[in-house]
Design a binder for this molecule. Structure first.
Ligand SMILES: [Zn+2]
Length: 306
């Protein structure tokens, strides 16, 4: 069952952000995507269903001079980190997640089942590392932390830095850029087709994060990757007790740097479970759910120092 979501913008947005949204939206629509799940902010997507029907058609369509110039301008601006905050001291970090489009959802969404082997490592997913040098360590740590789950078999592939954060089919792209004063520090966009995730992009907003401390950056990385795996928030009040996982909203990210048990339970439900349906002679439909258990602990790096 396809999922659709649409939210209205709560404020006027910077022109370049609108342009970026539009560009991405067009590519997404071109992929036949019928829903985009935006995280970490109030990104809004409108979809034109039905046409056009493939990505290349859309990419090719952005060929006139005006579009080309605009895309180039976007790219340059997205990679310009001079006009960014000095840091997040004195700013409520929790508030920067308050308009997360995933807010109140609480649902999990599975990746396309062709990437899932419930009896053998769960979700086998490639994360394309399109981040610049400053993000290598937080990225490496966050991937290692998530990989500790028996339900996840994540591999990484370093690619050229891409501040435009162009989605790639079948993988999670992780990138950084100066998206401006958007109200969100990070955002994840999952493209959902037929009810399953087919591609994902996790974006780190350098307007807030370029000069932020290691905890802010690591929390955001862990949070957005978590959404990219199909997970919802654990708790959405940044001012209550911290639960110790990075999908729990917080004003004190140093207490919520890693995925937690509740997150691992959810990915296990998504990716270590297989369901069988059969019809009995009397016509009754019987659903059998098998949950694969892996006893061995992964010798990973949970809790590595920043
Ligand atoms: Zn979120």
């Amino acid at each position: 069952m396809a999922k659709q979501r649409q939210r209205s913008r709560s404020s006027s947005r910077r022109r370049k952000q609108q342009q970026q949204d539009k560009t991405t939206n067009r590519i997404m629509c071109g992929a036949g995507t019928i829903a985009i799940l935006g995280i970490g902010g109030f990104l809004v997507w409108k979809y034109a269903l039905g046409s056009p029907t493939n990505v290349e058609e859309f990419k090719d369509g952005v060929s006139d001079a005006g579009d080309y110039a605009r895309r180039k301008w976007d790219e340059l601006d997205l990679g310009n980190f001079t006009d960014v905050l000095d840091g997040l001291d004195g700013i409520s970090f929790g508030d920067l997640f308050q308009e997360d489009p995933s807010y109140g959802d609480g649902e999990t969404t599975s990746w396309d089942r062709k990437y899932v082997k419930p009896g053998n490592g769960g979700l086998h997913l490639t994360l394309q590392n399109a981040l610049d040098e400053t993000w290598q360590r937080p990225f490496e740590l966050a991937v290692a932390d998530w990989n500790e789950s028996p339900a996840l078999t994540l591999t990484t592939q370093r690619v050229a830095v891409d501040h435009t954060c162009t989605p790639v089919s079948g993988v999670m792209v992780v990138c950084n850029a100066n998206f401006g004063e958007t109200g969100w520090v990070g955002i994840n966009e999952n493209s959902i087709l037929g009810g399953y995730i087919v591609e994902s992009v996790s974006k780190m907003n350098e307007f807030y994060l370029r000069n932020a401390n290691a905890a802010h950056r690591r929390f955001t990385m862990c949070h957005e990757i978590g959404h990219g795996l199909g997970l919802p928030h654990t708790d959405e009040n940044p001012y209550n007790r911290n639960l110790g996982d990075c999908l729990d909203y917080t004003d004190d990210p140093e207490e919520n740097l890693y995925p937690g048990e509740v997150n691992f339970d959810k990915v296990a439900e998504l990716y270590l479970t297989r369901r069988f349906l059969r019809t009995k002679e009397d016509g009754t439909l019987v659903e059998t759910t098998v949950r694969y258990v892996r006893d061995e602990l992964k010798p990973e790096h949970m809790g590595l120092e920043l």
